[in-house]
Design a protein around this ligand. Sequence first.
Ligand code: CS2
Length: 495
Amino acid sequence: MKPAQMAAAATNIQHLSDRTLPQVPSAVLRPSYDRAGTRIGTVHFGPGAFHRSHQAFYFDRLLERDGNRAICAVSLKTRSVRDALTPQDGLYTLVEIDVVPTVRVIGSIREVLVATEDPTALSRRLSAPDTSLITITVTEKGYCLDGAGGLDFDHPDIVHDLGNPETPRSLVGWLVHGLQLRHERGLAPCLVVSCDNLSDNGTTLRRAVLAFAARRDRALAGWIEEQARFPRTMVDSITPATDTALRSRVAQALGMQDAWPIQREPFAQWVVEETDFAGQPDWASVGVTVSRDVSAYERAKLRLLNGAHSTLAYLGLLAGLETVAQAMAQPALRAFIERLMLEDIEPTLAVPRGEELIAYRQSILRRFENPAMRHQLGQIAWDGSQKLPIRILGTLADAIRAGRPLTRLVLPIAGWMHFLRAQVANNKPIVDPLCEQLTACAKRATGESQHDLAMFLELPGVFAAGLVGSAEFVRTLGGAYDLIARRGPLAAVAP
Ligand code: CS2
């Protein structure tokens, strides 16, 4: 085909939109509600793949019952989601990867904004009477926290936002600006719902917002403290990054192009803390668990699922593996992960108890082994300086206090350090807010623990003083570090 013909053919390719949606084959599920009749009642910060695989899926079901729950999705800085979804009227395809995949067009996102490009539109949305809910998935680094879980007032975005409150750059800056506008207009605040993998996410976010607001205006901080609600949540659905295979599968299923389809496992769970806030969604009507004790769900998920995920990521990548399923197919790694969960992580979980915990562990292992899910270890390996304190180091601190062995728990930490060295040695990027410091450490590292650990353990905001001050932790970590250097990750995890 001549280039001109190819160009013509290319322009004839249909793209997903409200106009073309009726042409999508009936086997593809789609919104059963009238999208044009919905109203935006939710502002979401961080419309990455996980938001689109999880919260936006639940809101698509909510909109069947309540037309006021459409989403304005906000990227703080990046344009890619806005540029992909706006031409599609916010529509995108979600594929649940299973023996028989479920293909569904999601319609809950009605508007996508880029905060740095359209602060006025975002301010207007945040202070609109229709807006009652703010949800958030900006990942751990998006909260601008220090190593102790408080707001980092030295963070460049926080410094900027305190000096430029009308045009924030950070999530916290935007939340306080939006709540201030609502207060000035005599509107109720919003229900502010963190959906990130943070310990005690709602409380952590509330503390950061109040600290920032107090620097701006103590009366405003008092109003937020009294009126706004920041429920804790636990969110769960394994969401591999969009890849070529998914794009082809969706183009074939739809008979047209979707600029950014999303995939996830069939399993999805959302637990939201019971909160006295008028006008919140009928969460239970769409399968969301409302609970007074989210912390039990959250601790179990962050430590068992996410702790095992990060362990597989670093040790699997060092072993030359690419996906979670490949790592689980390695008998030594799979046996190690199950023992780590059973003997090192579960003793730190008060609930769920007994049979429930056994079933939960086994469900996680089954989910990890799903061969249909090409979940990249490299994706999980991102942001280790932010993830490991939440996923592994807290469990380590509990083990030290309880006098339990550290031998298995230090291996993912040693694996992370060797992973950083390998990234630098192979000229691959370190995706992490501390990438400069991590790269400097990795470059100077020799692979010998006596020399290297002193550098890594001084990384800002990663290793709490209690850990660094524990001779047993440093000794055991050094032994694991040298073992991986000498014999490699698979030998290191062998019983
Ligand atoms: C993963 C999580 O990328 C990662 O760090 O561990 O995104 C994980 O897939 C989700 O928390 C599962 O709910």
